[in-house]
Design a protein around this ligand. Structure first.
Ligand SMILES: [Ca+2]
Length: 263
């Protein structure tokens, strides 16, 4: 997803052009890195996500030296500013180890050309900001080429009663080939799947086969950004619009309902 409003605790004074936004521009070359250097202090880098996401994965792409230091990767909640840990990157002499083909040791990086990518799996932490911190006391600096964040947005709306749903019609702000929109009708606690569609056109329509329920849930998965649902419409079997009371919902709520259905 496209990251914005990148900031960092400091910018290395000898490389003033290596600003925080260089790790949020999607450009993977050695002139598009960020560098912060904190001797003895706790350094950090953070950026805003394009909306509130349930974050599944954060990938850090390094271009050059990473001196031994422990980095923590977190997702920050929008309202409470609650910091939720995704994972840590422990001390690695990345450049020397990765450049030595005889070194018999597993590195937690995917290495393609000069790019060394460290991926941390998150546990659907919900938030609108990603933050990377360097442990205090590291005599270290970081050449961070880019940060990639993957996550899910969920939309949920109630009909204000029970209805037979003919189709769900969605109007998107952004398009994506890799992104799937999945529509589910809930009838009380019973889950009825309508189907999925690629988010590759402005107007995505998912037929629901007159499934009866009182709530529609749209899940956005595999996306690199929040598609931005301009509008969601559901038609009943008489082709009447169902009034939707739309909102983003906590995934835990959906999971709770789904778990009950499976019981
Ligand atoms: Ca970059």
């Amino acid at each position: 997803m496209r990251l914005t409003e990148a900031t960092q605790s400091s910018t290395y004074e000898d490389q003033p052009e290596w600003t925080a936004d260089k790790a949020a521009d999607g450009i993977l070359d050695s002139y598009s890195c960020t560098d912060w250097r904190e001797i003895g202090n706790k350094g950090w880098w953070k950026a805003s996500l394009p909306g509130t996401f349930e974050v599944e994965e954060v990938a850090l792409v390094f271009k050059y030296l990473v001196y031994p230091c422990t980095y923590t990767i977190s997702v920050i909640d929008d309202y409470g500013k609650k910091k939720q840990l995704c994972g840590t990157l422990e001390e690695y002499w990345l450049a020397s180890e990765a450049d030595d083909p005889d070194l018999d040791r597993d590195l937690p990086f995917t290495i393609i050309g000069d790019d060394k990518t460290y991926t941390v799996k998150c546990d659907s932490q919900k938030g609108d900001t990603v933050m990377i911190e360097m442990a205090a006391g590291c005599d270290s600096y970081l050449g961070l080429n880019d940060v990639k964040v993957y996550g899910t947005v969920i939309y949920s709306a109630e009909f204000g009663g029970s209805a037979y749903v003919q189709k769900v019609d969605m109007l998107l702000r952004h398009l994506s080939d890799s992104c799937l929109l999945t529509v589910t009708i809930f009838d009380g606690e019973k889950k009825k799947s309508c189907g999925s569609g690629k988010a590759d056109k402005e107007n995505v329509v998912i037929p629901c086969g007159y499934k009866r329920g009182d709530r529609v849930i749209v899940e956005q998965t595999g996306c690199s950004q929040n598609l931005g649902l301009y509008d969601v419409e559901a038609l009943d079997r008489n082709y009447h619009d169902l009034t939707l009371d739309g909102q983003e919902v906590e995934k835990s709520l959906v999971q709770k309902v789904v778990e009950k259905v499976r019981e």
